[in-house]
Design a protein around this ligand. Structure first.
Ligand code: PLP
Length: 373
């Protein structure tokens, strides 16, 4: 019985536990700040100061200006509303993206393409999921007034895209570039203005902050996402989620204060896990190029002739939390759309690591994995 009470969390790409810094910052605001941040009296102004301090902290962490940062309810909201408005504001004639994007992006683009009659073109990729830059250049050369929507780090395979290079190509062809940076903001030292992205999104719950708060980076204007008030620089009306905003800033700040040592730890865990998997299961097939690169926190794999969804249920029953498909859609998809787009005809398992993951967790996972196959 005892081994079943142990819990091993290997699903950090889906969400992370709240860090102490974020929790304390939110508790403090919850206990002391209650006025409406838009109220003109002193208590309202004090609430507004909390939000503006949080904005400065986030801007400093991402090396951009405060005016570039808008707080939203998460990445999905920012993706939906911003892309929609960019298309209208900039008279976009072509959408260029990839079937490897998160479903929030794919569904938004498909909807816009259908309702606004804007062609949606997909950039080709190789078997690991690397974007074909030559194909992207051709698409940009053939289509004017394009919006390119490509992610930085893939949430399923861990593949990293050279977004500086993509942003450079977009500039060359006068295209706009929207980047989903949900899996990389808070995990790497990023200087957004130097990355050639026009618009980017992040979300606090992926970097040990609260769920339901996101960051939208705007280097160009967009029309209001929500109407009805002057909050968030007239871009997102509605009384601000002050606790979430303060918690987001505290979490990002805490992350960036030791981002490199954390990265080293997670790199070590990934290497250890890959070695153990190869030693014990030589038949393993990795998805993407995790053995030679990609983000440190993700490994995706399958075992030939093995029912991967049954395996994931057995592991769950043994106390191990991991993902098959993406968390937002698991249970609703047969094979994840990303795995499908990579022409892999098997369900896969995604392991994702965080700062609390230990080699003991990996050993426990491997012991159980061997037991069940
Ligand atoms: N984009 C990527 C790459 C993600 O991994 C996720 C969450 O899983 C999202 C977007 C959606 O983020 P949110 O949960 O803030 O809506």
């Amino acid at each position: 019985m005892t081994e079943y009470t142990k819990k091993v969390y290997l699903d950090y790409a889906a969400s992370t536990p709240l860090c102490k810094e974020s929790r304390e910052a939110m508790e403090n605001v919850m206990q002391t700040v209650y006025a409406n941040p838009s109220a003109v009296h002193a208590l309202g102004r004090a609430a507004n100061v909390c939000i503006e301090q949080a904005r400065s902290t986030v801007a400093d962490c991402l090396h951009c200006g405060r005016e570039n940062i808008i707080f939203t309810s998460g990445a999905t909201e920012a993706i939906n509303l911003t892309i929609n408005n960019i298309c209208a504001d900039y008279s976009i004639k072509t959408l260029i993206s990839s079937p490897l994007e998160h479903s929030a992006v794919i569904h938004t683009l498909q909807h816009i393409s259908k309702t606004k009659n804007i062609p949606l073109l997909n950039v080709e990729h190789d078997k690991y999921g690397n974007i074909d830059n030559e194909h992207l250049t051709n698409l940009l050369a053939e289509n004017s007034a394009s919006l390119v929507v490509l992610m930085h780090g893939n949430n399923e395979t861990g593949q990293l895209t050279d977004i500086e290079a993509i942003g450079q190509m977009c500039r060359q062809y006068n295209a706009l570039f929207f980047c989903d940076m949900v899996q990389t903001i808070g995990k790497y030292e990023l200087n957004l203005p130097q990355m050639n992205v026009d618009f980017a999104v992040g979300t606090a719950h992926k970097f040990y902050g609260p769920k339901g708060t996101g960051i939208l980076y705007l280097s160009k204007k967009v029309s209001p996402l929500l109407l009805g008030g002057a909050q968030e620089r007239n871009i997102r009306a509605g009384t601000e989620n002050i606790y979430g905003i303060v918690g987001t800033a505290a979490a990002l700040n805490a992350q960036m204060s030791n981002v490199n040592s954390q990265l080293q730890h997670i790199q070590h865990i990934k290497k250890y896990c890959i070695e153990k998997l190869l030693q014990n299961l030589p038949q393993i097939i990795f998805v993407g190029n995790c053995q030679n690169g990609g983000m440190e926190h993700i490994i995706n794999f399958y075992l030939p002739d093995t029912e991967m969804d049954i395996l994931s249920m057995q592991l769950d029953m043994a106390g191990i939390a991991l993902s098959s498909g993406s968390a937002c859609s698991s249970g609703t998809e047969r094979i994840s759309h990303v795995i499908n787009a990579l022409n892999i005809n098997s369900k896969t398992l995604r392991l994702s690591f965080g700062k609390q993951t230990s080699t003991d967790d990996i050993d426990f996972f491997i012991q159980n994995l061997i037991l069940f196959i």
